[in-house]
Design a protein around this ligand. Structure first.
Ligand SMILES: *Cc1c(COP(=O)(O)O)cnc(C)c1O
Length: 447
C-alpha cells in the first residue's frame, strides 16, 4: 500500500490530505472505465505527468507506453500546449456555440479541412469520439432521407471493430468481442461481415472483399453507410489490414450508392505513419471521425468531417438543419488545445519520429515471436502489438509492469505499446523490455 503524505496531491479547494485518503475515497465513490465499483484492484494515484513520465503519489515515475489511451502524442505538461491553454483561458473558457462563434473553433475547423483529404469540407465538433460517431451515423441517415431514400437507415461494418460506447456506436462495434454483447437486445441490428484477412501491404483478393460486396448487393436499399476503422482496428483487437481492401470498399460504396464513414479516432494524427490512415489507400471518405489525439490528450474533443455533398444535401433539404447540437460543442479551451497540438505536429518531424519508433518496436519485439504463449507480433507506425494465446491476468501483470517502471495497460490477449511520439530510444527500450519480460514470465509460468 502506498502511504506517503504529499501536499501537492490535491488541488486548491480540495481537502484531501494523503494518498491513502485518495485511494479510500476512490474505492468508496468512483467508477473507473470498464471496472467494477469498489474494485479489488486499486487504481494508482497520479500526482503529475511530464514528458513521457507519469508520477505516482509514492514518488515512482512510470514511462508511459499508452499515451493515455492513444491521445498524448506530444507527452505531458508540454510548454506550447500549456501556453495555448493559458492564453485562451484569459479570454474565455466557454461560450455556447448556438448562434455564437469564435476564432479557436473556426481556425481549428480550417486546419482540419486543410489536413484531411480534400473532399472533406464541413466540420461538426463533438465532445468525444463516441459522440462524433453518433453524429456521423445521423448525418448518413439524414443525407439519404433528404435524398428521398428513407429506407437507408442501417450500417454495414466489419467484425472486430470498435467505435465507442454510446448506443449508436455500440451497434457497429463487434457484437461478440466489442464488450457490448450484454446490450445486444436493445441495439439496432446492423450488418456485419468478417474482418479482412489480407495483411498490410498485401493485395486484396476477390475472396477477401466478396462478403462485403454481397451484403451491399443484397441490402443497398437498407444501408446508409459502411463504417470502418481504416487500416488499424483499435480496441476491437488491434488488427491491421491491407490498404487495397480499403480501396475496394471505397469503389463498392460508390457503386452501390452507400456512404463511407471512416473512424480515424484511433488512427488519426500520425499514429500509423501517415497523418490519417486512409492516406495509405489514397482514398477519402464521405464522412470522417477524428478524436483522441486531436487535442494532444489535453481535453476531450472530437470532430465529424463531411463532404460538401453530404453537408449541403442535408442543409438544403427538409428540415433544413442537421439534428444535433451538444451543450459543450466547440469548447474554446479544447479547440485551443487542438490548434496547439496540430501546430506542434506540423512543426516537428513526426514522420521520422514515428518511423524510428516503428523500427525500434519491430526490432525490439521480434524476440517475443519465439514464445509459445505468443500468437502474433505486429508493428505499424507507433503501434506495437504482442498478441497472446490467453487473456492477461491483470491482477498479476499490472503490478509487474508498474514495478518495471512503465505504464502499460494490456487488454484481453493484447499486450501493446502506443507511446507518445516524443519518446526517446532508451525509454522505448525500457517499455519493450518490460513487455518482453511479461511474455517470458507468462511463458515460464505456462510450463
Ligand atoms: C476511442 C475510440 C472511439 C470512442 O472515443 P471516446 O472518446 O472514448 O468516446 C471511437 N472509435 C475509435 C476507433 C476509438 O479508438
Amino acid at each position: 500500500m502506498m502511504k506517503s503524505t504529499n501536499s501537492s496531491l490535491s488541488g486548491r479547494g480540495s481537502t484531501i490530505a494523503d494518498t491513502q485518503q485518495v485511494m479510500d475515497l476512490d474505492r468508496a465513490h468512483v467508477w473507473h472505465p470498464y471496472s467494477a465499483f469498489n474494485a479489488d484492484l486499486p487504481a494508482y494515484p497520479v500526482v503529475s505527468a511530464n514528458g513521457v513520465r507519469i508520477k505516482l503519489a509514492d514518488g515512482r515515475e512510470l514511462i508511459d507506453g499508452m499515451s493515455s489511451w492513444w491521445c498524448a502524442i506530444h507527452g505531458y505538461n508540454h510548454p506550447v500546449m500549456n501556453q495555448a491553454l493559458e492564453d485562451q483561458l484569459k479570454k474565455m473558457a466557454h461560450v455556447m456555440f448556438g448562434g455564437l462563434t469564435h476564432a479557436p473553433a473556426v481556425e481549428l475547423a480550417e486546419q482540419l479541412v486543410a489536413l484531411t483529404p480534400t473532399p472533406l469540407q464541413s466540420v461538426f465538433f463533438a465532445d468525444s469520439g463516441s459522440v462524433s460517431v453518433e453524429v456521423a451515423m445521423k448525418m448518413a441517415i439524414q443525407f439519404w432521407n433528404t435524398k428521398g431514400r428513407p429506407t437507408k437507415q442501417r450500417f454495414l461494418t466489419i467484425r472486430n471493430g470498435y467505435h465507442g460506447d454510446t448506443f449508436g456506436a455500440m451497434s457497429v462495434c463487434d457484437p461478440v468481442n466489442g464488450m457490448h454483447s450484454l446490450f445486444n437486445a436493445s441495439l439496432t441490428q446492423q450488418y456485419f461481415v468478417a474482418s479482412p484477412t489480407c495483411n498490410v501491404g498485401d493485395p486484396c483478393t476477390d475472396n477477401d472483399i466478396a462478403p462485403l460486396e454481397q451484403q451491399l448487393q443484397d441490402k443497398q436499399e437498407q444501408i446508409a453507410a459502411v463504417i470502418l476503422e481504416p487500416i488499424v482496428q483499435g480496441a476491437g483487437g488491434l488488427r491491421f489490414y491491407s490498404a487495397d481492401y480499403l480501396c475496394r470498399v471505397r469503389a463498392l460504396c460508390d457503386h452501390y450508392d452507400v456512404l463511407l464513414i471512416l473512424d480515424e479516432i484511433a488512427t488519426g494524427f500520425g499514429r500509423t505513419g501517415r497523418l490519417f490512415a486512409c492516406e495509405h489507400a489514397q482514398i477519402s471518405p464521405d464522412i470522417m471521425c477524428v478524436g483522441k489525439a486531436l487535442t494532444g490528450g489535453y481535453l476531450s474533443l472530437a470532430a465529424t468531417l463531411a463532404t460538401l455533398e453530404v453537408s449541403t444535401t442535408i442543409s438544403n433539404g427538409k428540415p433544413g438543419v442537421f439534428m444535433h447540437g451538444p451543450t459543450f460543442m466547440a469548447n474554446p479551451l479544447a479547440c485551443a488545445a487542438g490548434l496547439a497540438s496540430l501546430e506542434l505536429l506540423q512543426t516537428t518531424p513526426w514522420q521520422s519520429a514515428v518511423s524510428q519508433i516503428a523500427q525500434q518496436l519491430e526490432k525490439g519485439l521480434d524476440s517475443c515471436r519465439q514464445y509459445a504463449c505468443v500468437t502474433n507480433v505486429r508493428v505499424l507506425g507507433a503501434i506495437g502489438v504482442v498478441e497472446l494465446v490467453k487473456p492477461v491476468d491483470m491482477a498479476h501483470i499490472q503490478p509487474m509492469l508498474v514495478e518495471a517502471g512503465v505504464w502499460v495497460r494490456p487488454f484481453g490477449r493484447l499486450l501493446y505499446l502506443m507511446p507518445p511520439y516524443i519518446v526517446q530510444p532508451p525509454d522505448l527500450q525500457q517499455l519493450i523490455a518490460a513487455v518482453t519480460d511479461v511474455v517470458i514470465h507468462l511463458e515460464t509460468s505456462l510450463t
